[in-house]
Design a protein around this ligand. Structure first.
Ligand code: MN
Ligand code: MN
Length: 463
């Protein structure tokens, strides 16, 4: 009788508490192997510019060529479009006409960080600092007392672009934001956690030796600018035309005795960007045209001409449509999309923020998120039942371990993704991605198994 009941439960219940536990060793080994490439990508791609460069470099190795809207591409052609150096589109032309619709996976490659202010440099009590303005949702206290890298570009008036990366290389110096010692933090400790470190206290320490002189002010600052001038040929005015970001200096690391997890900066959302990229590299001759979009600015609302609230994806599809003698909107309304973004993994230390039935769990596979949003699904795409059924069938049919996930308890907070902007174009969309612990922290955690399942999901979707 008990066997019969077990069978009946297995047949009738939703049960995704198995995940990596039920996986063969071969699958876990494959996941570990796959994640080596992912970790290398993370180390090379700490900013959206670097993530774009590295993705295009990898794509060129796979035979992708720069898209030319005046060319007619036959089925099997592999093209990429570099969108203002901070986002990119990769496509493999399908054997079916694009009028039938295309398959899009959209992820983002910007991550929360600290940006330098336009006039960042100052000296106080003989120490030189950068003023910063944080980008995206961060817990500010997490960014103090960790090694930091300065990465980005400075564009001179002549148009010359100076690429800066100081801190990633072990031989480089790095930077730091100081915090108070506990002995003197009695007053600070009374602040709320949110207010523990304030935005205007996120000042990055740069140097402390003065420029040799007898009687001048701001000599430490002068010494720093002088180093920058000698090394990069830039002066203080050039910060106005720069995009310089402060990101953690440490690289991706295995976590745990069993090496089952990866700790790194910027999993959100390179942990979906990389699988979508490797999946499109695997799409040799898809029926429907496969498109992987790596977008910028998701963390601040997908704004600007590199974010998906702009038309760059629609325009690319329009080009494909014209190439085949149809109209862009006709392609888009028949198109399908996975909005590939992370979800908040259930954290056993903080169980109260989740509703356990609908939370996503580490090592239980790729997460399908029917809707995001906050307070009554505000700002959510909310995927249709029909599309959910299609995706379930696709994942089951390809042995992809998946789970469902909601972003935390109802009315506790919430979040959004690029899904709604792609839905705006008439495309059918659902969110899918990797569960993450410590999301938006300088060192986030994911499971290798889940990353691999996300790759398999992307691969199934494109084929
Ligand atoms: Mn994200
Ligand atoms: Mn995010």
């Amino acid at each position: 009788m008990s066997e019969q009941i077990k069978d009946l439960k297995k047949k009738l219940f939703y049960d995704n508490k198995n995940g990596a536990l039920g996986a063969d060793k071969a699958v876990l080994d494959a996941a570990n192997e796959y994640c080596k490439g992912y970790m290398a990508y993370l180390d090379a791609a700490k900013t959206e510019r670097l993530a774009t460069n590295e993705a295009i470099r990898l794509a060129k190795e796979q035979g992708f060529e720069e898209f030319d809207c005046n060319k007619v591409y036959p089925a099997g052609s592999k093209v990429y479009l570099n969108n203002h150096k901070k986002s990119a589109i990769f496509a493999v032309i399908g054997t079916e006409p694009v009028a039938n619709g295309v398959n899009i996976i959209a992820s983002h490659i910007d991550s929360p960080r600290l940006d330098l202010k336009p006039n960042p440099l100052y000296e106080k009590n003989d120490i030189a600092y950068f003023k910063t303005h944080y980008y995206g949702g961060i817990k500010k206290y997490q960014w103090t007392t960790i090694p930091l890298t300065l990465s980005g570009v400075v564009v001179k008036k002549s148009g010359e672009v100076v690429e800066v990366n100081i801190g990633d290389d072990a031989n480089d110096p790095c930077f730091v934001i100081t915090d108070l010692l506990p002995h003197l933090a009695q007053e600070q400790s009374k602040r709320t956690l949110d207010d523990g470190i304030r935005a205007e206290e996120l000042n990055v320490m740069l140097g402390s030796y003065p420029f040799k002189s007898d009687d001048e002010s701001e000599l430490v600052k002068l010494n720093v600018v002088n180093v920058l001038f000698e090394k990069y040929g830039i002066d203080e005015n050039d910060f106005l035309s720069a995009e310089l970001e402060i990101v953690p200096s440490f690289n991706a690391r295995d976590i745990g005795f069993d090496r089952s997890l990866i700790g790194a900066y910027g999993h959100d959302d390179r942990v979906c960007a990389y699988p979508s990229l490797s999946a499109i590299f695997d799409a040799k001759s898809p029926a429907r045209t496969a498109i992987a979009v790596l977008a910028d600015k998701e963390e601040i609302g997908s704004e600007g001409n590199t974010g998906l609230n702009s038309q760059f994806l629609a325009h690319f599809v329009e080009d494909l449509a014209q190439m085949q003698g149809t109209l862009g909107y006709r392609v888009l309304r028949n198109s399908k999309c996975l909005s590939a973004d992370v979800n908040a993994a259930f954290d056993p230390t903080f169980p109260e923020v989740h509703e356990p039935l609908n939370a996503s769990y580490i090592n239980h596979g790729v997460v399908i998120t029917k809707y995001t949003g906050h307070r009554g699904k505000g700002g959510s795409n909310d995927a249709s039942a029909e599309y959910m059924a299609e995706i379930r069938a696709l994942l089951d049919g390809n042995n992809v371990c998946w789970q469902t996930g909601e972003l935390g308890r109802v009315d506790l907070g919430g979040g959004g993704t690029v899904a709604k902007y792609i839905a705006d174009l008439g495309v059918t969309v659902v969110d899918l991605g990797v569960p993450v612990l410590s999301m938006h922290a300088p060192f986030e955690v994911v499971s290798k198994y889940d990353v691999y399942m996300t790759y398999l999901a992307c691969k199934a979707f494109f084929n």
